[in-house]
Design a protein around this ligand. Structure first.
Ligand code: P53
Length: 475
């Protein structure tokens, strides 16, 4: 007998901007993803001022899911997906973000998409904001630096909850809300919050204010969802990248503890509805989050989430430095190589046990059902005689599912489902590449944007089909 519940949600995940394409179709507006060029492992993506004629913007066409979704969903059904996690591109619903009325053509697109899933009994799982806010909100309001963003987001959320309440049960408000703790890299603050850091500006300070507005916006959205329908389940979504101490030196243990606090306090606010003591002390000391009202605190308390969604790809390891007695975590200064782990071509460590560790870490604190909404291995794939033998991907996923099983069986964690990244090959968020592939289905397109967009089942497709069919018994 399987240790997973009968209704365990096996599926796959993607995000709208990374696969849909159709960047101007159906009245869609320009999102922050539309003004980011392609990069690579060594070259960062550039954020351009508007669309420049001579640049390659990989998200404009992506894999053209917008026009191909019926065929792709058919393939997901063939794999046996019980659910499909995607996001709603904010710019299809509110092209600029500050309109009063939504764009009916955009709403209709997701009606059709969700109906197509439901036709095969595939339950859509939806993220509202996944690195794709309207660029107009960045240009006119400075993104999440501005309190007005709370209303724009809540309007967007309300429209989606109202419209899709009978098609979508599980929602998440902000994808990897804690990814912006990597504010040393301009990509993180821009994709999470639409914030362009100015020269000499304290990026950390900007991040805390933006995150506060987002947490309030999320909490208001949760309250509205409850009024709209009791059936809706609203989760948060964090990137779980456990931070281990390099060794048993007490200073390194303390460094890891403080680093974990700095990366995961977002979950405390989402789940308990208040800032934890260590964060209140830190914010007071630094004078961060100058704009926080009594009403905000009430909203946070009233809008706590129903479940904890998270991504897991890798762990990181940290070491204290002597010039930092209060262990204020800075990824550029404190991250070190873990001597026990191998990494991918993109430097992402492979650490299956870290998944179980992360699940326990969350469970110890939050006692909420969990949903692993991303987990996967980015790699190049090679076609040989029309086949793709991606045993490296199978091996990665198998090892992680084994740890996930232990978390359920040995640690008693309540797990709702598992949606590996990604259902099909899509544009990488971090690098804008096509060739950093995660999918069970290959898409013929390269980093220059060339290719037929033909779909091909990889070996992992057939492997995952068996995993789902056996409810996780045949790995
Ligand atoms: P890519 C960093 C660390 C962990 C997860 O990432 C991350 C990132 C951002 O790069 O993002 C999530 O495509 C994200 C997805 C993204 C996926 O991980 O950079 O939610 O949108 O595609 C994989 O290799």
């Amino acid at each position: 007998m399987s240790i997973f519940k009968d209704d365990f949600l096996w599926g796959g995940a993607v995000a709208a901007h990374q696969l849909e394409g159709g960047w101007q179709a159906g009245g869609k507006g320009i999102s922050v993803a539309d003004i980011m060029t392609a990069g690579s492992v060594s070259e960062k993506r550039t954020i351009t001022a508007g669309i420049l004629a001579d640049k390659n913007y990989p998200n404009h066409e992506a894999i053209d899911f917008y026009h191909n979704y019926k065929n792709d969903i058919k393939l997901f059904a063939e794999m046996g997906f019980k659910c499909f996690r995607t996001s709603i591109a904010w710019t299809r619903i509110f092209p600029k973000g500050d309109e009063e009325e939504p764009n009916e053509e955009g709403l209709k697109f997701y009606d059709d998409l969700f109906d197509e899933c439901l036709k095969y009994n595939i339950e859509p799982i939806v993220t509202l904001s996944h690195f794709e806010l309207p660029d107009h909100l960045v240009e006119k309001y400075d993104g999440w630096r501005n309190r007005k963003m709370i209303n724009f987001f809540v309007n967007f959320a309300d429209v989606c909850f109202e419209r899709y309440q009978n098609k979508v049960k599980y929602w998440m408000t902000f994808n990897e809300i804690n990814n912006q703790t990597g504010y040393n890299n301009e990509f993180c603050l821009f994709t999470n919050s639409g914030i362009k850091v100015k020269d000499g500006e304290n990026a950390e300070k900007a991040m805390y204010q933006a995150a506060h507005y987002e947490l309030v916006a999320s909490a208001i959205a949760v309250q509205h969802a409850r009024l709209i329908s009791k059936k809706l389940q609203i989760g948060c979504m964090l990137a779980m990248v456990p931070l281990y101490p390099l060794d048993s030196k007490p200073a390194n243990i303390m460094m890891a503890e403080k680093a974990m606090q700095k990366r995961y306090w977002f979950a405390d606010v989402h789940v308990t509805g208040e800032y934890p003591s260590f964060m209140r002390a830190f914010l007071n000391k630094k004078g961060y989050i100058s704009d926080i009202t009594q009403e905000d605190l009430i909203n946070l308390k009233k809008g706590t989430v129903d479940y904890l969604g998270f991504s897991y790809y890798m762990s990181k390891t940290v070491k204290a430095t002597e010039d930092n007695p209060e262990y204020e975590y800075d990824d550029y200064k404190n991250d070190v190589q873990n001597p026990f782990l191998e990494a991918s071509e993109w430097g992402w460590s492979v650490d299956p046990e870290g998944l179980r560790y992360g699940m326990n870490w969350f469970n110890d604190r939050f006692h909420l059902p969990q949903f692993i909404v991303e987990n996967g291995f980015g790699s190049r794939d090679v076609i040989e005689d029309g086949k793709i033998h991606d045993d490296y991907r199978i091996s990665y996923l198998r090892q992680h599912i084994i740890e996930m099983k232990k978390a359920v069986q040995e640690d008693g964690i309540d797990l709702l489902g598992y949606t590996p990244w990604s259902a099909i090959d899509i544009v990488s968020a971090g690098t804008g590449q096509m060739e950093k592939r995660y999918g069970f289905i290959y898409v013929d397109k390269d980093d220059e944007g060339k290719g037929t967009l033909m779909r091909l089942r990889k070996d992992s497709f057939y492997w995952y089909q068996r995993v789902i069919e056996s409810n996780g018994q045949k790995l």
